[in-house]
Design a protein around this ligand. Structure first.
Ligand code: ZN
Length: 330
């Protein structure tokens, strides 16, 4: 009996010290609400031979569940992909898990497709906008195929050629305004271009969207639905794309909130995760998340995530060779 009590005592104390260590780091916030986890607690092990990633090593955590399995086809098309000039996707990249939103949301398109997770978030966003009195929000573009993007890009080059630019100049200028095929986020089914009915009616410039009620509302609220303003005015040197107040990108929560609160752009956020490897984040509504960045996960085909310390809510490749795991701590 004494032995049994001793066992329980050791188990209890171990749990207590590990937990204390685990959460002590939350006071060492580096950026808003972000804390780097204490490195003394090793939470993630990667077993590439079995394609298994285990999160949480403490045997005294009682909430062990069945593993959540993420197939490669999912994590390869998941919301945290970085797509830009240096990290393109290939010609055949297509998210098969897309939804047609043409009849569900106000749009000027007759074929409006978005990845299903992003589509649901967008429907919620429109609902909230309406409740806040934002009535003229409309969508002018979502999924665009490689070929469609190629046509857009070539048309822009022609436009600059007609203005008397050399072919080289025309190509350079076109690339800052219309992404090269393979480097457009629209091919991922995770990006949305918005406008307002007022702007469309008056033939106003897209840049004016930032000062419309719709543009202002989106800038301040899109993160609550998993979207970010992807090309901010002060990040042009990093994104390589002009300020686009209309272009929003779905990443999911809590990533959109972390980016919004810390004024990151996506490139900076991926770098931040790469440097810190594990971060803990408490969202504005009090949910606690753990985000793990695992490098060099290029060839993995299937991942089992055994999340002993929380609930796995996302696994996404980042298109730079890393895998980002998102867990909600219970
Ligand atoms: Zn766009």
């Amino acid at each position: 009996m004494k032995k049994l009590i001793l066992c329980f005592l050791i188990a209890f104390l171990s749990t207590f010290f590990l937990s204390a260590n685990f959460y002590a780091s939350s006071t060492q916030a580096q950026s808003e609400n972000i804390a780097q986890l204490a490195s003394s607690v090793e939470l993630v092990t990667v077993d590439l031979s079995n394609n298994r990633i285990t999160i949480g090593q403490n045997p005294y955590f009682k909430n062990i569940k069945e593993p959540k399995i993420f197939r490669f086809a999912e994590i390869d098309k998941a919301p945290l992909l970085l797509v830009n000039k240096t990290h393109p996707v290939n010609k055949d990249f297509y998210n098969p898990n897309s939804i047609d939103l043409t009849d569900k949301l106000p749009t000027t398109k007759n074929n409006l497709k978005l990845a299903s997770e992003a589509a649901q978030a967008l429907i919620d966003l429109f609902c909230a906008a309406k409740n806040d009195g934002i009535k003229n929000l409309t969508i002018v573009s979502a999924y665009r195929s490689y070929n469609y993007q190629n046509n857009l890009h070539n048309r822009k080059i022609d436009f600059y050629l007609k203005q008397g630019k050399s072919l080289n100049e025309a190509k350079k200028l076109a690339a800052t305004v219309v992404a090269l095929p393979g480097t457009s986020e629209h091919q991922t089914s995770l990006a949305v271009d918005f406008s307002s009915r007022e702007i469309l009616k008056n033939g106003g410039l897209e840049q004016n969207f930032e000062s419309t009620p719709e543009g202002i509302w989106l800038r301040d609220n899109a993160y609550k639905f998993g979207f970010i303003l992807r090309y901010p005015a002060d990040k042009q040197s990093i994104t390589g794309i002009i300020y686009e107040p209309w272009h929003f990108r779905y990443l999911g929560k809590p990533h959109s909130e972390i980016i919004y609160k810390n004024k990151f752009c996506l490139e900076e956020y991926i770098d931040y995760l790469k440097k810190n490897k594990k971060i803990e984040y408490t969202s504005e509504n009090g949910q606690k998340f753990l985000i793990h960045y695992l490098e060099n996960i290029r060839n993995i085909k299937e991942i089992e995530v055994w999340a002993y310390t929380g609930q796995a809510i996302g696994a996404s490749l980042d298109n730079t060779g890393g895998l980002i795991l998102t867990l909600e701590v219970e």
